[in-house]
Design a protein around this ligand. Structure first.
Ligand SMILES: [Zn+2]
Length: 169
């Protein structure tokens, strides 16, 4: 009948796990493993598992600490740039919308004089719809328009300051 326990079993396991088995063990342990069925079976089964594990560790390519740090830095910089450009894009869009509206208003108001000047140059420019309706509307809503313009004028620098302070983080 095969033994189920051996007092040297732990010694053999320790020797295999630490890599001392089979070349850096004393002759006494070798003699025991040869004589003991349990310990010889143990060595036969565990040594290939240990060798396989060591081979896996050897082949695993772990990126160096420097490469990992560099990648983290690049990612952080890209994220910061993206976060900073978002408010700037919003401010640019608002400024563009405001200046387009202003240009349209100026052109509409100045069109009668421009048309007269063009007529004098011999160019027959088309008549725009009468802008007096638009002017009356602007005059009637003077206060809300002034408040809106003031809000935009205040919001633009605030958004710019927020965008610049975000970049410093
Ligand atoms: Zn044994």
């Amino acid at each position: 009948m095969r033994p189920t326990e051996c007092p040297r079993e732990q010694d053999v396991m320790d020797a295999i796990a630490s890599g001392r088995w089979p070349h850096r063990c004393d002759a006494e342990l070798h003699a025991h493993v040869e004589a003991c069925d349990l310990c010889s079976d143990l060595a036969e089964v565990v040594v290939p598992i240990r060798d396989d594990f060591e081979q896996t560790l050897y082949e695993a390519r772990v990126p160096t600490a420097g490469a990992t740090w560099w990648r983290a830095q690049v990612r952080a910089r890209l994220e910061a740039r993206e976060a900073a450009s978002r408010p700037i894009r919003a401010v640019t869009a608002v400024a563009l919308a405001c200046s387009t509206g202003l240009l349209a208003a100026v052109l509409t108001l100045a069109w009668p004089w421009m048309r007269t000047w063009l007529w004098a140059q011999g160019i027959d420019a088309p008549v725009l719809p009468d802008p007096s309706g638009v002017i009356a509307l602007l005059a009637g809503r003077g206060l809300p328009l002034a408040i809106g313009a003031a809000l935009i004028a205040l919001a633009a620098p605030v958004a710019l300051i927020l965008a610049l302070s975000e970049r410093r983080h």
